[in-house]
Design a binder for this molecule. Structure first.
Ligand code: CP
Ligand code: NVA
Length: 302
């Protein structure tokens, strides 16, 4: 059977993404009921981290344990990858010993190269361009709280970053409309926007953009690797904060999501992230269940 990778949401069909979402909801119920389910017994997931993580590391590691397998944490500092061993060689060697490789890194080309040379599935756990695992959890969270997201309108507020790009892919794959409100100079990849023009639009005025939307999502103003730009970005993004005024423009049933970690008082106010419309804790927990469904899909295949 051919290996399936998960580098972006486009690596799975809309039907497969729905299947994984519904399976995640099932696995969550089973886990909460204390049911033991170990389809990945004896399997190992190598987890390569070139950037920091709380949620991603814990959810993949705990997820592998719960599925009966093992997760191996590899930081680039402690492996030969960090000392310049070619990616191609690393991919060949690591994949000869494990059943799946998860990688969080900088350039998206790094996960593409890993996928080219790996004999086991590669999972993108965040690159500078995409964060597809987070979208699995976000889509599950919307489904659990409000039902299908198909035909709804989502607003992305802030940087046109890796999360924003994954929201653009999600608009296509889960069939919703996406508005993006960001300051000039911080637009997402415009080729991606144009390729999805029937579903995605950029609206500069944040309050106009929020009119009647069903979900508001934001993320930090400076992503990992952009720490030096923090001060500059605080100025540029000043008008792009999710606050009560913005939530009040949205539909009365609108939800708020944030992949976390969050900076209260910057991209979101405390009264929104800690308020009644926020589902960020469910969203974070769902990383576990969504990725277990993904791991089962990719690694339990014969
Ligand atoms: N949302 C997310 O990916 O969190 P971590 O950086 O903590 O993994
Ligand atoms: N855009 C953020 C997401 C963190 C989960 C970053 O890349 O740092």
């Amino acid at each position: 059977m051919t290996i399936r990778h998960f580098l972006t949401l486009n690596d799975l069909t809309p039907a497969e993404l729905q299947q994984i979402m519904h399976r995640a909801i099932e696995l969550k119920a089973m886990h909460h009921a204390g049911e033991i389910f170990e389809p990945l017994k004896n399997k190992t997931l190598a987890m390569i981290f070139e950037k920091s993580s709380t949620r991603t590391r814990i959810s993949f590691e705990a997820g592998m344990t719960q599925l009966g397998g093992h997760a191996l944490f590899l930081s680039s500092n402690d492996t030969q990858l960090g000392r310049g061993e070619p990616l191609e060689d690393s991919a060949r060697v690591i994949s000869s010993m494990v059943d799946g490789i998860m990688i969080r890194t900088f350039g998206h080309d790094i996960v593409e190269t890993m996928a080219k040379y790996s004999s086991v599935p590669i999972i993108n756990a965040l690159t500078d361009d995409y964060h597809p695992c987070q979208l699995l959890a976000d889509m599950q969270t919307y489904q659990e709280h409000r039902g299908s997201i198909q035909g709804k309108t989502v607003l992305w507020v802030g940087d046109g970053n890796n999360m924003c790009h994954s929201y653009i892919n999600a608009a296509k794959q889960y069939d919703f409309k996406l508005r993006i409100t960001c300051p000039e100079g911080y637009d997402p990849n415009m080729d991606l926007v144009k390729a999805n023009a029937e579903r995605v639009e950029i609206i500069r005025n944040p309050l106009d953009a929020a009119e009647n939307v069903d979900l508001i999502v934001t993320d930090v103003w400076a992503s990992m690797g952009q720490e030096d730009e923090q001060k500059l970005r605080e100025k540029a993004f000043d008008d792009y904060q999710v606050n009560k005024a913005m939530m009040n423009k949205a539909d009365k049933d609108a939800l708020f999501m944030h992949c976390l970690p969050a900076h209260r008082g910057e991209e979101v106010t405390a009264d929104v992230i800690d308020g009644k419309d926020s589902v960020v804790w469910d969203e974070a927990e769902n990383r576990l269940h969504a990725q277990k469904a993904l791991l089962e899909f990719l690694m339990a295949r014969k």
